[in-house]
Design a protein around this ligand. Structure first.
Ligand code: FAD
Length: 221
């Protein structure tokens, strides 16, 4: 199994519970925006605790970036990542993943499911190809939205926040059928979906019921 020990160069928080890691990029290591790798922490007892995370920067850069939601409540790897900072080491493995850009479409993200789309949007921005893409980003509250400002800068009116528990009154609370139907009627024919399993299931089912074929929906397999 491919295995690289890499130094953490920098960390910061992009929301109250989402931590960004800038890490070294091994020589010759490449990825396609949307792809991920298995990551563990290079500390005694944690080296073999692998969890998948998506690269959120672009492949042309000389470092790698992860944007990771920390779950303190279940004492797993992400809670240990709270204590991983500059100078510590991670172990990364081979690149994998089925999500990649196939052309303009509607991106449906739930929470940390935005991560593959961040890499894709950043790559599209670099190539001046963001036009024709839209994002519906579902979160619980305003403070859970990952990199709202950057997404807004990139997509403008084509970026819609959907908050199930907003502090300021806002509708709708969920990505409703009508919103998807409007997109289908507008001629959107490619859909990228990423988020919790239930989110993917519901979005995919709803799209199918609107006549969208499986081949038009890009998800992680
Ligand atoms: C291909 C792929 C790419 C991914 N990329 C990213 C990424 O870039 N950024 C990111 O933040 N996440 C990403 N994830 C999700 C990430 O891998 C998980 O959040 C992580 O493995 C959780 O590890 P853990 O050890 O902290 O939690 P684990 O204990 O391994 O729990 C795994 C999952 O189970 C659920 N869970 C378990 N226990 C509880 C509990 N007590 N309460 C609530 N929920 C619970 C959570 O949904 C959690 O995500 C990706 C997942 C996949 C499959």
């Amino acid at each position: 199994m491919e295995k690289h020990i890499v130094k953490v160069l920098q960390t910061d928080f992009v929301t109250h519970n989402v931590k960004r890691f800038i890490i070294e990029k091994p020589a010759g290591y490449t990825f396609i925006p949307g792809q991920a790798t298995d990551v563990s922490i290079n500390k005694p007892g944690l080296e073999n605790e692998l969890r998948p995370f998506t690269f959120t920067n672009t492949n042309d850069e000389d470092h790698l970036e992860f944007t990771i939601k920390i779950y303190t409540s279940h004492g797993g790897v992400t809670s240990k990542l709270l204590d991983v900072n500059e100078g510590d080491e991670l172990i990364i493995h081979e690149v994998f993943g089925a999500i990649q850009y196939r052309g303009p479409g509607l991106f449906l993200a739930g929470g940390a499911g935005i991560t593959p789309f961040l890499a894709i949007f950043r790559e599209l921005r670099r190539n001046n190809q963001l036009n024709g893409n839209a994002l519906f980003f579902a979160n619980r509250t305003e403070k859970d939205v990952i990199l709202h400002e950057e997404l807004n800068d990139m997509l403008g009116d084509n970026y819609v926040d959907i908050l199930s528990e907003p502090t300021a009154p806002q509708l709708p609370a969920f990505i409703e059928m009508k919103m998807l139907k409007d997109q289908v009627l507008k001629g959107v024919n490619l859909f990228y979906v990423c988020g919790p399993d239930k989110f993917i299931e519901i979005m995919t089912e709803n799209l199918m019921s609107l006549g969208i074929r499986k081949s038009q929906v890009v998800i992680e397999l």
